[in-house]
Design a protein around this ligand. Structure first.
Ligand code: HEM
Length: 404
C-alpha cells in the first residue's frame, strides 16, 4: 500500500551530511522521512531535484524503469565530479553501471554468468587463506595494528585481484591511484588522470589474457568472444573500483561496531551460526554508501503524491531508507538477532549490487577469521578517538587501531 505523502512547500534543502553520532545517519534525514519522504533537494550544481528517505519510496524509484542511471542525465547531491563514485568518462563502451535496460541488461547477464556459484566456491578458500595470511603478518608486527591498512583494505583488494586475474604486483601499482580517484578532495583533472591510469593498466591485463588465459573472470569474458577488449576493460574497472571501498569500510566499521558493543559481540562469538543474520543487520545499520545513489526521471512520474518532472534528479538516501521505522521496528537499535528482512544496503532493482554474494562471502569469512584468530581483540585507543571518514562517499573508519 502506498503511503500518503503531503506535498511540501518547504524550501529545498541541501543533502544533510552532518552526523551527530558516529554510527547514525544525520538526524535530519529521520525528520524528513517523517514529514515528507520525497522532499525537494538542492544539488551541488544548483539543480533542484528530490530526496527520498523512506524505504517504500526508495524501492519504488529503484525498480521503476522511468528513472535512469545515466550519469549524463543525473546530478549529484554531494560531489559534482564523482557522482556516486563513478568515473567521469561517459562514452567508454561497457560502463554498464551508468546504463539503462536493455543495454545494461546485456552486460549484466554476461557478468552474472561469470560471477557464478562455481567461481564463488573456488574463491571462498582463497578468501580465507588471504585473511589468515594478513593476520599472520599482523601478528608478526607485534600485538597492535591498524585494522584498516593491515586487514580491511588489503583483503577485498586481493580478493578482487584473484577474481579478475590481476597480479598482486598489479594491485600494488593501481591501489594508490584508485584511492586518489575516490577521494572527494581530488580535482576533476586528477580524477580523470587516475581513471586513465587504471584503465590503461587493466587494458594491459585484458590483452595478456588473450595470450595466456587462466581460470578468472577476465579470461572468462575474453573466452565468450562477445565483447571488445575495451568493454572487458571497462567491466573489470567497475568491479575493481566498486568492490574495494565498500567491503573495506564494512569490515572496518563493522569491527568497530562489534568491539564497542561487547554484549552482542559475546553472543556472536558464542555462536558463529548467527553470523549470516548479523551481517545483514550490520549492512542495514551501517549502510556505508552514506550519501545514497541517484537517478534521473525520464518522464513525469507520480511518486506517492508528488510529481517528479522529466529531467529532475532523485537522490535515494539508502541510510535513511534502512532506518525507516515503517519497515524495521526500533530501527536505530543494532540488533544482531533481528529477524531477517531485506534492506537496501546493496540497492534494489536492476542495478542491485552485482557482486553481493561475493561481498557477503568476504564479510562472513573476514569477520569470522578475525574474531576466531583474535579471541581478545579490542580497540587500542578510546572509541571517541577513532577518526571516521566523514566526507567520503563510502563511510567508515580512517584507521582503526586494535590490540589483541
Ligand atoms: C559490502 C559491500 C558492498 C556494498 C554495500 C555494495 C553496494 C552497492 C550498491 C548500493 C549498488 C547499487 C548502485 C546503484 O543502484 O546505483 C551496488 C552496485 C554494484 N556493485 Fe556493489 N557493493 C558492495 C560490494 C561490491 C563488490 C565486492 C563488488 C565487486 C567485486 C561490487 C560491484 C558492484 C557493481 C559492479 C555494481 C553495479 C551493478 C549494476 O549497475 O548493475 N560491489 N553495490
Amino acid at each position: 500500500m502506498t503511503q500518503d505523502i503531503a506535498p511540501t512547500d518547504a524550501a529545498p534543502i541541501r543533502l544533510p551530511i552532518e552526523r551527530e553520532t558516529v554510527l547514525d545517519p544525520p538526524p535530519k534525514l529521520s525528520e524528513l522521512r517523517a514529514e515528507c519522504p520525497v522532499s525537494r533537494l538542492t544539488y551541488a550544481d544548483g539543480h533542484i531535484g528530490w530526496l527520498v528517505t523512506s524505504f517504500e519510496m526508495a524501492r519504488a524509484v529503484l525498480q521503476d524503469a522511468r528513472f535512469s542511471s545515466r550519469p549524463d542525465l543525473r546530478h549529484s547531491a554531494v560531489h559534482q565530479v564523482l557522482g556516486d563514485g563513478q568515473p567521469p568518462e561517459e562514452d567508454v563502451p561497457g560502463m554498464f553501471v551508468g546504463m539503462d535496460p536493455p543495454e545494461h541488461t546485456r552486460y549484466r547477464k554476461l557478468i552474472t554468468g561469470e560471477l557464478n556459484v562455481r567461481r564463488m566456491r573456488l574463491l571462498e578458500p582463497k578468501i580465507e587463506q588471504t585473511a589468515l595470511k594478513l593476520i599472520e603478518e599482523m601478528r608478526a608486527g607485534g600485538n597492535t595494528a591498524d585494522l584498516v591498512s593491515a586487514y580491511a583494505s588489503p583483503l577485498p583488494s586481493l580478493v578482487i585481484c584473484e577474481l579478475l586475474g590481476v597480479s598482486y604486483q598489479g594491485w600494488l601499482k593501481i591501489r594508490p591511484v584508485s584511492e586518489k580517484m575516490l577521494r572527494t578532495d581530488s580535482s576533476a583533472e586528477e580524477v580523470k588522470q587516475c581513471f586513465a591510469d587504471i584503465f590503461a593498466y587493466l587494458a594491459e591485463v585484458v590483452a595478456a589474457k588473450h595470450i595466456e588465459p587462466a581460470d578468472d573472470l577476465i579470461s572468462g569474458l575474453v573466452a565468450l568472444d562477445e565483447l571488445s577488449d575495451v568493454e572487458i576493460t571497462a567491466i573489470a574497472f567497475q568491479l575493481f573500483t566498486a568492490g574495494h571501498e565498500t567491503t573495506m569500510n564494512m569490515l572496518s566499521l563493522g569491527t568497530y561496531t562489534l568491539l564497542t558493543d561487547p554484549q552482542q559481540l559475546a553472543a556472536l562469538r558464542a555462536d558463529f551460526s548467527l553470523l549470516d543474520g548479523a551481517l545483514e543487520e550490520l549492512l542495514r545499520f551501517l549502510t556505508v554508501i552514506q550519501f545514497g545513489i541517484s537517478r534521473a526521471a525520464l518522464e513525469d512520474v507520480d511518486l506517492g503524491g508528488v510529481t517528479v518532472r522529466a529531467g529532475e534528479s532523485v537522490t535515494i538516501s539508502l541510510p535513511a531508507a534502512n532506518r525507516d521505522p515503517a519497515r524495521f521496528p526500533d530501527p536505530d537499535r543494532l540488533d544482531l538477532m533481528r529477524p531477517a528482512s531485506s534492506n537496501v544496503a546493496f540497492g534494489f532493482g536492476v542495478h542491485q549490487c552485482v557482486a553481493q554474494q561475493l561481498a557477503r562471502a568476504e564479510m562472513r569469512i573476514g569477520f569470522r577469521t578475525l574474531l576466531q584468530q583474535f579471541p581478545a581483540l579490542r580497540l587500542a585507543i578510546p572509541r571517541d578517538e577513532v577518526e571516521m571518514r566523514d566526507g567520503a562517499i563510502v563511510y567508515g573508519a580512517k584507521s582503526l587501531p586494535v590490540a589483541w
